[in-house]
Design a protein around this ligand. Structure first.
Ligand SMILES: NC(=O)c1ccc[n+]([C@@H]2O[C@H](COP(=O)([O-])OP(=O)(O)OC[C@H]3O[C@@H](n4cnc5c(N)ncnc54)[C@H](O)[C@@H]3O)[C@@H](O)[C@H]2O)c1
Length: 416
């Protein structure tokens, strides 16, 4: 049995709470050992500290992550950073300055220039940091990409993604960074694209990554229309089209401005087959000759699998983390260029926005009339909703050379 990976987790609540539960389970299996944790509001977590058995497990609890690192760094193999996006870079810098690698929650940052600084900082760590995009370690996904790369389905022509995840008004009030474009005058860009559905967009870039299993597509052009229904600074709806350096077309529609059942579907259009991948639901390969292959993926605990895969890398059993900071470049650039292309966030026409009360959940949602039809027209035919009732004045086709305009664009977007 290998010695357990010695871990610190920054944060106690929100998604940090899920990391704590996972690490506690992996500790019982001898895979991990939580050495320390911290949160500026430790008082509010007395019950959680008890439930997680910190006293019995000998976990040290601090109020400040810098104090925690100063006291415990020598006894650590890994620091988990599942904190607000705007704190990722500073925390990652503090940890890697000590030579330690990070399990950094996605998105690493949503600012391409900050990502470059993080990539440089990461070189100081003994091992590359992992960015926690959940689904890259899924075995059926990896198996399907192997088949794609082997040419079984013919060339990949295009991929589409639709992800409609209802979020109630309270979701945007849960912390001080939800739905924000800027915090402390720096881009944070929290949105369905940058946060909740970031996984799926990163997955699209993974499918279109042409060189090897763990490669992500490089971008050639990006065009986007951004909308909002909720009372937030950022966008809650994105319609985006991009082309990759190898000529694959990517089109996706993402929204939190919807009600009812959540849906997400990744589709790959290849020369000889169309592949549908719905995380947690079904994988379907429709061959153009009429054959259909269907499978239901095994239940997948994304957090546990990502922890275990990363431990294997830290122990030298694999050669790389599932997604590194470098691998995240196309995702961050795509998000940034979508903002540059759209230039503005268009409010939905008020007559299309209706409130939907979920009595069971006691939560209030906003729903856009015609959202499903608009997604279908865009994904199937490339019809932009701006010219068909949503009043976006038209976006610009951008390329990576437009990235230097990102920060000024976001500042202008955030100006009332
Ligand atoms: N992989 C996934 O499926 C998944 C799911 C949800 C969230 N996330 C990601 O996790 C991250 C956190 O999101 P969240 O919604 O849990 O955020 P959050 O605002 O709830 O914060 C998470 C934790 O960080 C703590 N924290 C805040 N400031 C801190 C500081 N200065 N020092 C130490 N701890 C501090 C908070 O107290 C909280 O415990 C984000 O990057 C988000 O995108 C990932």
């Amino acid at each position: 049995m290998k010695p357990p990976i010695r871990i610190a987790i920054i944060g106690l609540g929100g998604f940090a709470g899920s990391h704590h539960t996972t690490v506690a389970r992996l500790e019982e299996r001898g895979q991990a050992k939580l050495i320390c944790t911290c949160d500026p509001h430790t008082d509010g977590f007395a019950k959680d500290l008890e439930t997680l058995g910190f006293a019995a497990r000998g976990v040290q609890v601090f109020a400040d992550y810098r104090l925690m690192l100063a006291a415990c760094a020598r006894n650590l193999d890994l620091v988990v950073i599942p904190t607000p996006i705007n704190l990722h870079a500073e925390m990652h810098a503090a940890v890697t300055a000590l030579g330690l690698p990070v399990y950094l929650e996605k998105p690493p940052t949503l600012d391409h220039a900050e990502l470059e600084r993080m990539i440089v900082a990461d070189k100081r760590a003994a091992k590359s940091s992992l960015v926690g995009f959940n689904f890259i370690v899924e075995k059926p996904r990896l198996a399907l990409k192997e088949r794609l790369l082997a040419g079984e389905f013919g060339a990949l022509r295009s991929t589409t993604l639709s992800a409609l995840w209802p979020r109630p008004a309270s979701y945007f009030l849960r912390n001080d960074w939800a739905g924000r474009l800027l915090i402390a005058d720096r881009p944070v860009l929290d949105s369905c694209f940058g946060n909740a559905m970031a996984h799926f967009v990163h997955n699209m870039l993974f499918w279109a990554g042409p060189h090897s299993l763990q490669s992500w597509a490089q971008l050639a052009t990006v065009q986007a229309e951004l909308y909002r229904a909720h009372a937030i600074e950022g966008a809650d709806t994105f319609f985006v089209e991009a082309t990759t350096a190898t000529g694959v077309n990517l089109r996706f529609a993402l929204t939190h401005a919807c009600a009812g059942t959540a849906s997400h579907n990744e589709t790959l259009h290849c020369e000889r087959a169309t592949l549908q991948y719905a995380v947690g639901r079904q994988i379907e390969i429709c061959w153009h000759d009429g054959r259909i292959e269907r499978s239901t993926p095994e239940p997948f605990d994304g957090l546990e699998c990502n922890h275990l895969e990363y431990y294997r890398y830290l122990r030298g059993e694999t050669s790389r983390p599932a997604t590194s900071l470098v691998d995240s470049r196309p995702f961050v650039a795509l998000n940034d260029l979508a903002h540059v292309s759209s230039r503005i966030i268009t409010p939905f026409p008020p007559n299309l926005v209706s409130g939907v009360r979920d009595e069971k959940e006691q939560k209030d949602y906003l729903n856009i009339t015609g959202m499903n039809a608009a997604c279908d027209s865009f994904l199937s035919h490339g019809i932009w909703p701006g010219a068909h009732g949503w009043n976006h004045p038209g976006s610009e086709i951008t390329t990576p050379t437009d990235l230097p305009r990102f920060e000024a664009t976001v500042r202008k977007m955030a100006t009332p």
